[in-house]
Design a binder for this molecule. Structure first.
Ligand code: BGC
Length: 481
């Protein structure tokens, strides 16, 4: 009898525990789904809002061309003498500095019929201590690497005796210029933070390092990376209207008639047109769909209030937005276990390529999502339902970024009165985010399609251009040599 009572009490207690547990679990799910629902609402980008963003972009462009500091867009004028035409001949070099690495390229240009005959290239990661050290150390490293690159180069290249090798340099940073052969870096970004560069001419500094290392080479031109991409794109297509970088950082460059740049007081070059480095990462608009996670990222960044657009759309930040949403779920719902995994608290530990892998996981049980959560964030033993929720978070964040990037492109087309004409308008996009994140790319294209529906959409072509920046550097060195 006593035994029977004990068993009955134990069963009742078990039932009660199970009931509490299942209620807790239902509450967790309810709360987690509510967090995702709030995120979805906060990130909404209906076409009306996308047009508001595009209109704001067009008017910020006008304001930035009128006066310095009159807009969130810097609209930096790049005073190059000429764009590559295809007639250039000789051996030229390109160097790209940025995105945690330097890229070097050598091209033999054979004139109108032969164009680019031969290419050699190398990519070298920049040691992390040099990314935050002095400009002298960084430029010494670059000169030494260039020296190795040239010596390793195939000797069958047609080098013209006695001619100094010319190199075009692109930087993934904003540069102020009077002439394209000099330039002062305004701000180091994309992982670099170099001291003592204020007011120094970067081209002259690199030339000094080249001389010191006995490298028979001269920087003939130095421009922003997106300007380099524009030049390379122009070489490929006469219908090019803008170049966009969508990678760790983001930016756009395009060509503007001089009479539409009231703020430019410098020389009149290139038959009345100038390339504008928009520095669109700084774009700000009250129409942006901003969430608490964006506010946190901005507040904790080295420059709160700066690069707001970049913080919403670029590869540097998408991963961290997703991480912050998952952290909120872990803290408020204990969905991923009773204690929050330590890794989940580490800023930028989840990178955008990992978000892309989870978002694009085609396996039935979302096994890649499970692996990435464990590997990157220390979240173990996830259920399929949890993994589905994570994919949804990735989808919301990537979709918002991609559609905003598309709206910004439409804004440029609008400024150029190309958002509904019978003229073909090509926009070339470079960068890993666009190249490797298929769903991001698809959302960007869909957004543009929806915005331009019924407005000669077929005349707007958005395409990928690989290695545009460093190829553009070499081509610009050729056309401005
Ligand atoms: C920089 C731009 C650069 C872009 C793409 C941004 O963070 O400010 O100058 O063009 O990244 O690399």
């Amino acid at each position: 009898m006593r035994k029977r009572v004990i068993v009955a009490v134990a069963a009742a207690a078990g039932l009660a525990v199970a009931l509490v547990w299942s209620r807790r679990s239902a509450w967790r799910w309810d709360r987690a789904e509510r967090i995702v629902q709030e995120l979805r609402e906060g990130c909404q980008t209906p076409v009306t809002r996308l047009w508001e963003v595009a209109d704001a972009m067009a008017s910020e462009m006008r304001a930035g061309l009128s006066s310095e500091g009159g807009s969130s867009l810097r609209m930096l004028v790049t005073p190059i003498k000429s764009l590559p035409t295809g007639n250039e001949e000789g051996l030229f070099y390109g160097l790209e500095i940025g995105r945690m690495a330097i890229r070097m390229l050598c091209v033999q240009l054979g004139g109108r019929d032969a164009c680019v005959i031969k290419k050699g290239s190398a990519e070298i990661p920049v040691p992390s201590n040099l990314m935050v050290g002095t400009s002298e150390d960084l430029y010494d490293f670059i000169a030494a690497e260039l020296s190795k690159f040239i010596s390793a180069e195939d000797l069958s290249y047609n080098i013209q005796d006695g001619r100094l090798k010319e190199i075009g340099v692109t930087f993934s940073f904003p540069v102020i210029q009077n002439l394209a052969s000099n330039g002062t870096i305004i701000e180091w970004t994309n992982g670099f933070s170099i001291k003592e560069t204020e007011g120094k001419d970067a081209a002259a500094e690199i030339n000094k390092a080249l001389e010191k290392h006995g490298v028979d080479m001269h920087v003939s031109l130095l421009v922003n990376d997106t300007v380099g991409t524009f030049a390379a794109a122009r070489y490929c297509s006469n219908d090019i209207v803008a170049a966009v970088t969508l990678g760790m950082g983001t930016n756009a460059a395009y060509m503007e008639p001089l009479h539409d740049i009231p703020k430019w007081q410098g020389p009149h070059l290139m038959q009345g047109v100038m390339i504008i480095n928009m520095e669109w990462g700084n774009f700000q608009s009250s129409h942006f769909p901003i969430t608490e996670f964006d506010v946190q990222i901005d507040a904790e960044s080295p420059k709160p209030g700066g690069k707001i657009f970049e913080k919403l759309i670029s590869g540097m930040y998408l991963g961290d937005i997703v991480r912050r949403v998952l952290l909120k779920m872990a803290e408020e719902t204990a969905l991923f276990g009773d204690s929050v995994p330590l890794k989940l608290r580490l800023p930028f530990v989840l990178r955008t390529p990992d978000v892309a892998s989870m978002h694009q996981d085609l396996s039935q049980d979302l096994s890649i999502v499970g692996e990435k959560l464990e590997e990157c964030l220390g979240i173990r033993n996830t259920t399929l339902r949890m993994r589905e929720l994570v994919v949804e978070v990735c989808d919301i964040v990537a979709k918002r970024g991609a559609r905003l990037a598309g709206a910004a492109i439409v804004g440029i087309l609008k400024k150029l009165e190309r958002d509904g004409t019978d003229k073909k308008s090509v926009v070339m996009v470079e960068g890993g985010l666009y190249e490797h994140y298929r769903l991001f790319r698809a959302y960007l294209h869909d957004g543009v399609k929806m915005m331009l529906h019924g407005r000669n959409l077929d005349n707007v072509i958005i395409e990928h251009l690989g290695d545009g920046s460093v190829i553009g550097a070499a081509l610009l060195a050729a056309s401005n040599s």
